[in-house]
Design a binder for this molecule. Structure first.
Ligand code: BGC
Length: 441
């Protein structure tokens, strides 16, 4: 526990309400308060938090947070909107904020943080950030995404790596696959063996965000980091229309032949369960999938394996879950919200939460000894790819482009996956149109 005051120990609501509104001088004033009155001034508040963490592993992770809030007397109100990847949650959040009843905090990521901050509905966290030295304890690439016009408006809780391939060890063994595939030639050879052995080679949930999760890993593996960055992050017209894009779409379509026919609409965690239970060999998914393997009592390296998606070992697509704090009325609510922001950035929370969530801490210099080898690899590769210039934001998970551009890319790729009559040429034309859309913004 850090040597900072307990922010539930507050005794002058009127003065502190003003303080809390901007978090200015919050902690020094609380120190004074605590020194004067000690625990006699305990007052607790409620935080309503929008998230979409409803699968087995996710629920266990969020339970850590609820427990920590409760241990300081604050109550937690779940505002859960089911739906992996958070699209549904973002739609419901819009309705709530427009209706004037924003939650205290919401899991919002990447450029969407900027879109909300532009509407002047987020709380400025700068005073807490400077007191707690967030600039020093966060990688710059993450800190920058948490800021709007240079001011902190969101708090990062983790780094998920998206470009992973998960595998069931027993299925691979029974199929005679002796090494994890590091190229698509190896991948398809392994998939053929798994199919011949009577298993489903690739577990895939047919939802547009899952289609795009697979596609971006394929594009990275087939076209390389520079292509990924130019085409999918910068939305460069030439890169979107390039030969690499055509090749990526062709490989992506080839994977479909290895997916079972009940894939349509299936949730990602139900899909991961197919790998956990030994029905399927592989799944392309970010490391929230590891949270499911762990929640099912499985061990990495023994029951399942994590390896970078084919061709992507030297690159890293990152996805940072972060909580934006909305402006609230009322001292109690502001106080609980302030404590939540403080807690989320603490080492204790970041360790406990990420051990369950499958991700790694967003904070730098955290001890990794309690983490498994998948997390250790992720942590090492985050640093190495950051130096090599191959650390890239995940497009599928809202880290790279505006929500409108993301939706347009997602819809073109999903249509290509679902409709075999849609040609590579049709899809390239739709993707190139997204470049035009960006220029108009
Ligand atoms: C989020 C993860 C979440 C996953 C499945 C991702 O976009 O960042 O926290 O577990 O979607 O819902």
């Amino acid at each position: 526990m850090r040597a900072v005051p307990d922010v539930t120990q507050v005794c002058n609501p009127n003065q502190s309400a003003i303080v809390m509104r901007t978090f200015e001088n919050l902690l020094p004033k609380l120190v004074t308060c605590l020194a004067l009155l000690g625990s006699a001034c305990l007052m607790a508040g409620e935080v309503e938090v929008l998230h979409y963490w409803t699968s087995g592993g996710e629920a266990k992770s969020v339970a850590e947070l609820k427990g920590m809030m409760a241990s300081r007397g604050h109550s937690w109100k779940d505002f859960t909107v089911t739906g992996g990847g958070g699209q549904n949650a973002m739609a419901v959040l819009k309705q709530r904020v427009l209706a004037g009843s924003a939650p205290a905090a919401a899991n919002i990521k990447g450029p969407t943080i900027q879109e909300w901050a532009d509407l002047h509905v987020l709380t400025n966290l700068d005073a807490m950030a400077s007191f707690e030295k967030w600039d020093e304890v966060l990688p710059k690439v993450i800190a920058d995404q948490m800021k709007h016009k240079g001011r902190y408006v969101a708090v990062p809780v983790n780094v998920h790596r998206v470009n992973w391939l998960w595998a069931n060890s027993a299925v691979l063994k029974k199929a005679g696959v002796t090494a994890l595939p590091s190229s698509y030639d190896e991948f398809f050879a392994a998939a053929d063996k798994i199919k011949a052995a009577g298993f489903i080679p690739v577990a895939h949930g047919g939802q547009d965000w899952q289609d795009f999760t697979v596609f971006e890993s394929v594009a990275l593996g087939v076209g390389g980091a520079a292509f990924y960055n130019n085409a999918l992050v910068k939305l460069d017209r030439n890169a979107l229309a390039s030969e690499e894009m055509r090749k990526s779409l062709n490989v992506f379509r080839r994977i479909k032949a290895y997916v079972d026919d009940k894939s349509t609409g299936r949730d990602w965690n139900v899909t991961t369960e197919m790998v956990i239970k030994g029905k399927a060999g592989f799944q392309f998914m970010g490391d929230w999938a590891k949270g499911e393997f762990l929640a099912a009592g499985q061990k990495p390296g023994a029951d399942f394996s994590c390896s970078p998606a084919p061709g992507t070992a030297k690159a890293y697509t990152y996805n940072v879950d972060s909580f934006a704090m909305f402006q609230l009325k009322g001292w109690e609510a502001q106080k609980a919200q302030g404590y939540l922001a403080y807690l989320l950035m603490g080492q204790d929370f970041q360790e406990k939460f990420n051990l369950r969530k499958g991700s790694i801490p967003a904070r730098l210099n955290m001890k990794m000894d309690k983490f498994d080898d998948c997390a250790k690899t992720s942590s090492k590769d985050f640093v190495a790819t950051s130096k090599a210039g191959t650390l890239l934001p995940s497009v599928a998970h809202g880290m790279a482009v505006s929500s409108a551009a993301q939706a347009a890319l997602r819809s073109a790729v999903s249509e290509f996956w679902n409709n075999d009559k849609t040609t590579v040429g049709d899809t390239v034309a739709k993707l190139v149109a997204v470049a035009g859309q960006r220029q108009r913004q």
